[in-house]
Design a protein around this ligand. Structure first.
Ligand SMILES: C[S@@+](CC[C@H](N)C(=O)[O-])C[C@H]1O[C@@H](n2cnc3c(N)ncnc32)[C@H](O)[C@@H]1O
Length: 407
């Protein structure tokens, strides 16, 4: 089977697999229920993975400003933050375009240490539920929230939940289980649930069940297509550079499993644990069973093209790019050989002044940035209910790659 999700054959295989799963009763085209159980043999494996992931993130140290500034992924981090800020801004704007005064409630699922705490403040939301499997991270997120509140006085209200969102029901843990969200954001975390169909469905249930019709679910994930195509160019399914390394833990020549397509991901000082490929076509099809209609997807390189004009000020403010040539007395972050593209561009730049500079990123960092993709879904209203009282959705999932342009 081809591993390329854009391949027609892969798409057909997925459709076939999903239909088989449906017929076998493994995949039902409506909301997952609390009694979705994994077979016992699989359960032990997934428990081990979850605890490896939780332990890894729990042990990640919080980095001070100085350390972050000297990090070999300084600009990559800032760029990732830019992508998340743009997503938050675009989708909160979208909701406000229709209802200006609306108080926004948010679920930040797989929130980590709260990397987006101040982005929610800038988006002027009213309430955020932060949830993550790593309880130390959730505690750090809460501490950072208290800190932010004491510094700025007025801040959104928040609640903090430590839970495996691919296995537990979040709704039972909300202060108000009848809460409904305008926005669900899952940044760099959804792929951990693609270990099994049951886990992916539980994650999607948590994401969708309290999301209002007309609300948005958006996020960022590694692009399986990109990972597989890079791996195919290497003899042992492993590739990377001075700051990252990915090793596929299955034979890529035989295709990749729809769930449990496991790889080890090492990223300098940030990630070092097993992850799972997300076949985007499959993800979109599953999401449609939960009333989530795809409205946007783009690899980070295209995301940048789509939004760099409108959010140029933010790119500069949060320092996503390095100055080339470096200012007097400053050194480049990486070796000169990683800036050949910038050198060439600068050389050919017309009407430049002696002190002119361009913004760029080392090849090493850009290679990591372009592993990722962003997506957005809109929650539909159910068209009917089935005989078990479950909502039924009629989606016409279209893929839109150029702009966040649904109505
Ligand atoms: C790369 S971090 C991203 C953190 C945060 N969203 C950000 O952008 O800064 C991925 C997060 O996903 C969390 N995670 C992984 N599997 C999870 C699961 N099953 N349930 C909840 N959180 C999970 C990890 O603990 C980690 O904090």
């Amino acid at each position: 089977m081809s591993a390329h999700y854009q391949d027609q054959k892969a798409a057909d295989d997925i459709e076939k697999t999903l239909n088989n799963e449906s017929q076998n009763g493994n995949l039902i085209r409506h909301h997952a229920t609390d009694d979705d159980e994994e077979p016992p043999r699989k359960r032990k494996d997934t428990e081990e993975h979850s605890s490896v992931v939780a332990a890894h993130y729990n042990h990640l140290e919080e980095k001070g400003l100085r350390e972050r500034f000297n990090s070999p992924i300084f600009y990559l981090r800032n760029f990732n933050n830019w992508v998340k800020s743009v997503l938050i801004q675009e989708y909160t704007d979208k909701i406000r375009e229709k209802d200006y005064g609306r108080s926004l409630r948010v679920l930040d699922i797989c929130c980590g240490k709260g990397g987006d705490l101040s982005k929610w403040q800038k988006a002027r939301v009213e309430h955020v539920v932060f949830a993550d499997i790593a309880e130390v991270s959730v505690q750090q997120c809460q501490n950072r929230y208290e800190d932010l509140r004491s510094r700025c006085g007025r801040l959104y209200s928040a609640e903090f939940i430590a839970a495996d969102c691919s296995k537990q029901t979040l709704r039972d843990k909300y202060r108000d289980p009848s809460i409904s969200f305008d926005i669900v954001s899952c940044q760099f975390g959804l792929h951990y649930s693609f270990e099994s169909l049951t886990q992916a469905r539980r994650m999607l249930t948590n994401i969708s069940e309290c999301l209002k019709p007309g609300g948005y679910f958006f996020g960022t994930i590694p692009d399986a297509n990109e990972i597989v195509s890079r791996a195919k160019k290497s003899p042992d399914g492993s590739f990377g550079n001075r700051i990252y390394n990915i090793k596929l833990l299955f034979d890529v020549e035989k295709g990749y499993p729809l769930f449990g397509g496991k790889y080890d991901f090492h990223l300098e000082g940030v990630v070092d644990c097993p992850e799972f490929l997300v076949n985007f076509k499959l993800f979109t099809m599953l999401a449609s069973d939960f009333g989530l209609e795809l409205v946007y997807k783009a690899r980070f390189a295209d995301f940048f093209k789509d939004h760099s004009e409108r959010y140029r000020h933010l790119l500069q403010k949060i320092r996503c790019f390095e100055s080339y040539p470096p200012p007097p007395g400053k050194e480049l972050l990486a070796d000169e050989s990683e800036y050949e593209h910038a050198k060439e561009f600068w050389k050919n730049k017309e009407n430049k002044m002696e002190r002119d500079q361009i913004g760029t990123m080392s090849i090493g960092e850009w290679e990591v940035a372009t592993v990722y993709m962003a997506f957005g879904f809109k929650k539909l209203a159910p068209t009917s209910w089935d005989s078990n009282g479950k909502p039924v959705f009629k989606t016409q999932t279209k893929e839109k790659g150029q702009s966040i342009n649904d109505k």
